[in-house]
Design a protein around this ligand. Sequence first.
Ligand code: SAM
Ligand code: DTB
Ligand code: SF4
Length: 328
Amino acid sequence: MEIRNDWTKEEIKEIFDKPVMELIYEAATVHRAYNDPNEVQVCTLLSIKTGGCSEDCSYCPQAARYHTDVKVHKLLDVDFVLEKARNAQENGSTRFCMGAAWREVRDNRDFDKVLDMVKGVNALGMEVCCTLGMLNQDQAKKLKDAGLYAYNHNLDTSEDHYEEIITTRTYDDRLDTIDNLRKADISVCSGGIIGLGETNEDRIGMLHTLATMEEHPESVPVNALVPVPGTPLEKQPRVSVWDMVRMIATARIIMPRAQVRLSAGRVSMTLEEQALCFLAGANSIFAGDELLTTPNPEVDQDKEMFMTLNLKPRESFKGAAAEKFNMA
Ligand code: SAM
Ligand code: DTB
Ligand code: SF4
C-alpha cells in the first residue's frame, strides 16, 4: 500500500462511515503494516506561559476574554522548565512539548528564552516540541537551529466550521504557519478537536485537509473537547468513545505512518476505551498529571495501563519523522 495524498472527501467518507467493527479491523491492519502495534509514544506537555491570550478560540480556557479559573502565569524560567523535562524523561517520556498561550511568536526576550528551553531539552536527548501559536519563516528557522524537532499547530476543525469556533485568525493563517514549519524542516504535528458542535462532514473535511497536504503531518493529535466552565463551549456534551475511534481509525487508514495521538479527553475514558483507540491505530499519548491546564490520567495509572496492555513506550527519534529529519 502506497502513502497517498490525493484522497477525495468521498473516499474518506466511505472509510469514516464503515461499520465500526470493519473500520477498526481495517485500521488495525494498516497500522500493523506500517508500525509496531505494541509501541506507543509517550509525550509530556508543559504550559510554559498560561492564560491571558488575546484570541477567542471558543474551546480554550486560556483566552483572556473568558472567565475561567486557570492560574495565569508569565513565561516560566528556563531552569524550572528543564527540571520538568528531566522529570518527564525519568517517567518514560521521549517527547517534551512546551505550550504558550500566545496568538503568535514575537521576536522578543521571551522568544530568546524559549530558544534556550529548546536547546536545553534537546540536549537531554528528548524530542522537543513547541506550540506557541503562529510563526513566520525566520522564527521557524531560529527554532530549528536551536534544536526544535516538532511543532504543534492544529487545524482544530474543518475550514467550514472554523469561523464558528475562532474569529481572531483564519484557516489560511494556520496553513501558512504549517507551511513555514515545512520550509524550516521541522516535523509537523497537526490535528484537531472533536466535540465542538461540528458535523461528521466537518470531521471528514478536517481529515481531508490533513491527508491531502503535500506531506502528511508526522503527528496527528485527536483531542476530545475538554469542556471548561467559563468558555463558550462549556455546555457541549462529551464525545462518545465511538466518535474518537472513528476519527482515529480513519486518520490511521489515510495517514498510515503518522503518529496518531489520543490527546485531550483521556481522563474521562476507561482503560478499555483507550485500548480500543490503540487497536484502532492510536500510537501516541500525552502523559503527566496535567495537559496544559486541565487534568490528565495520573502517571502511575498510565504506567499500569502500559503493563496491563503490554505496551512499549517508543524510543525517541524513531520512525517516519526521524528518517526524514535525520536525527536518529
Ligand atoms: N496558543 C497556541 C495555539 O493556539 O496554537 C498553542 C496552545 S493551544 C492551547 C494548543 C491546542 O490545544 C489548540 O489548538 C487546541 O487544539 C487544543 N485545546 C485547547 N483547549 C482545549 C480543550 N478545552 N479541549 C481540547 N483541546 C483543547
Ligand atoms: C494538542 O493537540 N493537544 C494538547 C497539545 N496539542 C498542545 C493540548 C490539549 C489542551 C487541553 C486543554 C488544556 O489542558 O488546557
Ligand atoms: Fe490562545 Fe491558543 Fe487558547 Fe487560542 S488555543 S485562546 S490561541 S492559547
